[in-house]
Design a protein around this ligand. Structure first.
Ligand code: SF4
Length: 401
């Protein structure tokens, strides 16, 4: 299949399995860990996918989809790890190469149709049809091939609109532009799929955890240089400048009705996961699984929470001194104000609430910016920006977009 998120693939999954969870339950009885890895392993020693992965026999299409969805299932166990970047990059390259080979994007995840209804005069100018000196292959590249509803196009496009021919609510695209758009849509859908699967990972067979371990090895090999430069993904100092708008609002202090939600629920969970365990290995993780003493909490996280509480009107902890116990409770230490590391696990370490919960409970906190697009949880916002920043730092630049 040239596009595992395309219409044909989705129809095949619906017809054969009904839903993705059933598909993921069936995969381990059909393919092994090594077979799933074969879809991405080539990236460690080649920049281009091998020929045998580009042409898939019709009878093998389902098996080929199994390999892709097996990888997605594995990534649900490490949604912010380097494995995600590795698989995203390898599969985007592979499927792009398959699409180029096929020469068509119809049936892909993009909402496109043939580029019709372009006045002849405009087409001649845009495609430089009268230019006799232009080589044939260059003329081919200039051809308007597809059109896409402008509203869908704007959601994806990161370039200037001046580059695009727009007419009657449609953006008209050349082959290369459409491919670029497909790649952006693929990556976005990929991240969304991993984040949705993270919510059901406890129901997935052990196969996926084993596959994730192997992916971590491959990604470690592929990103060896970068990892050496940056140190392994894990507990690291907070970058307040990359916090999402809702967390920045909570840090400024909030009025009485919102204090407990903003400080105890949102800030406590966000700061603790972002600082101590940005990539939780399991759902019921405890603080003691991530750090060996409480210093970071006492010296870095609590002071930020207390300061934000003091900025509330009226100040939260003056008004409700017992709320400190509640902070420890939300960190998983039970209701206490003098915990030890061993107490972690006495209550649940609350994960940051999803954006829809924040909007429902404290709508004034949610003031989305451009980085919020497609984000379901404020921690995802932060980790994405952090990863992008680290990537560009490793390449010697600044975070873009
Ligand atoms: S969209 Fe989500 S991350 Fe962005 S401000 Fe709103 S709640 Fe925060």
């Amino acid at each position: 299949m040239p596009d595992p998120f395309g219409r044909e693939a989705q129809e095949l999954i619906r017809r054969e399995f009904g839903d993705i969870l059933t598909l993921l339950e069936r995969i381990p009885s059909s393919i092994g860990v090594d077979e799933a890895l074969s879809l991405v392993r080539w990236m460690t020693d080649s920049s281009e996918p091998p020929a045998e992965l580009l042409k898939i026999d019709a009878l093998e299409e389902l098996r080929d989809l199994f390999r892709f969805y097996a990888l997605l299932g594995a990534l649900a166990f490490s949604p912010y790890g380097i494995e995600v970047e590795f698989v995203r990059k390898a599969t985007a390259k592979l499927y792009r190469a398959r699409i180029e080979r096929k020469g068509s994007l119809e049936g892909s995840l993009l909402e496109i149709e043939p580029a019709e209804e372009v006045p002849e005069r405009d087409r001649k100018i845009l495609e430089r049809a009268m230019d006799r000196n232009l080589p044939k292959e260059d003329k081919e590249k200039l051809k308007l091939k597809y059109r896409m509803p402008l509203s869908k196009f704007i959601e994806l496009w990161d370039g200037s609109l001046k580059e695009i021919y727009i007419r009657r609510g449609y953006a008209y695209l050349r082959w290369e532009e459409t491919l670029r758009l497909w790649e952006m849509a693929f990556e976005r859908r990929f991240d969304r799929a991993v984040s949705i699967l993270t919510e059901v990972r406890d129901e997935l067979p052990e196969f996926y955890e084993k596959l994730r371990e192997k992916l971590e090895e491959l990604a470690g090999e592929y990103f060896k240089e970068r990892l050496e430069k940056l140190g392994k993904v894990g507990a690291k100092p907070l970058r307040l400048d990359l916090f999402p708008p809702c967390v920045k609002e909570a840090l400024k202090g909030v009025p009485a009705g919102m204090r407990n939600y903003a400080i105890t629920v949102l800030l406590t969970s966000f700061l603790s996961y972002a600082r101590l365990c940005p990539n939780p290995p399991k759902r019921d993780v405890r603080v003691k699984d991530c750090v060996s003493d409480l210093r970071i909490i006492e010296e870095e996280i609590l002071p930020i929470i207390i300061e934000a509480g003091n900025r509330c009107k009226p100040p939260l902890f003056e008004d409700q001194p017992h709320e400190i116990k509640n902070i420890w409770y939300h960190l998983g230490f039970g209701l206490t104000d003098s915990p030890t590391l061993e107490d972690s696990g006495n209550s649940t370490w609350y994960f940051p609430p999803n954006c829809d919960k924040i909007r429902a409970n404290a709508p004034q906190l949610c003031k989305p910016d451009k980085h919020c697009r497609g984000v379901k949880n404020p921690l995802t916002y932060y980790l994405r920006r952090l990863a992008r920043e680290e990537r560009s730092e490793a390449q010697g630049g600044e975070e873009s977009g």
